[in-house]
Ligand binder design. Structure first.
Ligand code: CMP
Length: 146
C-alpha cells in the first residue's frame, strides 16, 4: 500500500459543489488517513514549492496558495501516487481539457496556476509534503507496516 499527499486549492474550497464532488470521488477511490483544511502561509508555500523558486510562475503560485484555505489529505491505496495523478489529469488545464476531459483539472481548473489540485509526484515527495502539511503524522508507522 502506498500513501500520497493530495491538496485541493483555494478556488475549489470556494466552490461548495466542486468540493462535495471531489470529496466523494476521493472517498470512493482511496482510504483517507487524514484530512483537514489548512491555511498555507508564506513560509509553508515557499517550503512546499521550493523546487519551483525562480520559475516565472513561482510568485503567482505561492501567492495564490495563500489566498484562502486549502484542503489537504493523506490518501492510501495500491499505486496511490499514480492513481491520484491520473484522476487529477495534466498540470496544464488546456491540455487536461483536450486530453483528459473528465479529469479534475479539466472540470475544475481555471488556469495553469489555479489548476484545482496537487498530488505528490513520487514517494519521496509524498513523505516531504506530508511532513510539511501534517507534521503530526508519523510516516514511519506506514513504512513499518508495509
Ligand atoms: P502543482 O501540482 O501544485 O505543482 C506545481 C504547480 O505549479 C502546479 O501544480 C501549477 O499550479 C503550477 N504551475 C506549473 N506550471 C505552470 C505554468 N506553466 N504556469 C503557471 N503555473 C504553473
Amino acid at each position: 500500500m502506498e500513501i500520497t499527499l493530495a491538496l485541493l486549492k483555494p478556488h475549489v474550497l470556494r466552490n461548495t459543489y466542486a468540493l462535495r464532488q471531489l470529496k466523494a470521488l476521493i472517498a470512493s477511490n482511496f482510504d483517507v488517513l487524514q484530512a483537514k483544511e489548512v491555511r498555507i502561509t508564506k513560509e509553508i508555500s515557499e517550503c512546499f514549492y521550493a523546487e519551483h523558486k525562480g520559475k516565472f510562475f513561482y510568485q503567482r503560485l505561492t501567492s495564490f496558495m495563500q489566498s484562502g484555505p486549502c484542503y489537504a489529505l493523506i490518501l492510501q491505496s495500491e499505486s496511490c501516487i499514480q492513481k491520484w495523478r491520473q484522476l487529477m489529469g495534466p498540470t496544464k488545464v488546456f491540455r487536461a481539457v483536450y486530453t483528459e476531459p473528465d479529469s479534475i483539472r479539466a472540470l475544475y481548473g481555471l488556469s495553469d496556476t489555479r489548476n484545482a489540485c496537487h498530488g505528490s509526484d513520487s514517494e519521496a515527495s509524498a513523505m516531504r509534503e506530508i511532513g510539511i502539511l501534517f507534521p503530526e503524522f508519523d510516516v514511519t508507522r506506514i513504512r513499518s507496516s508495509q
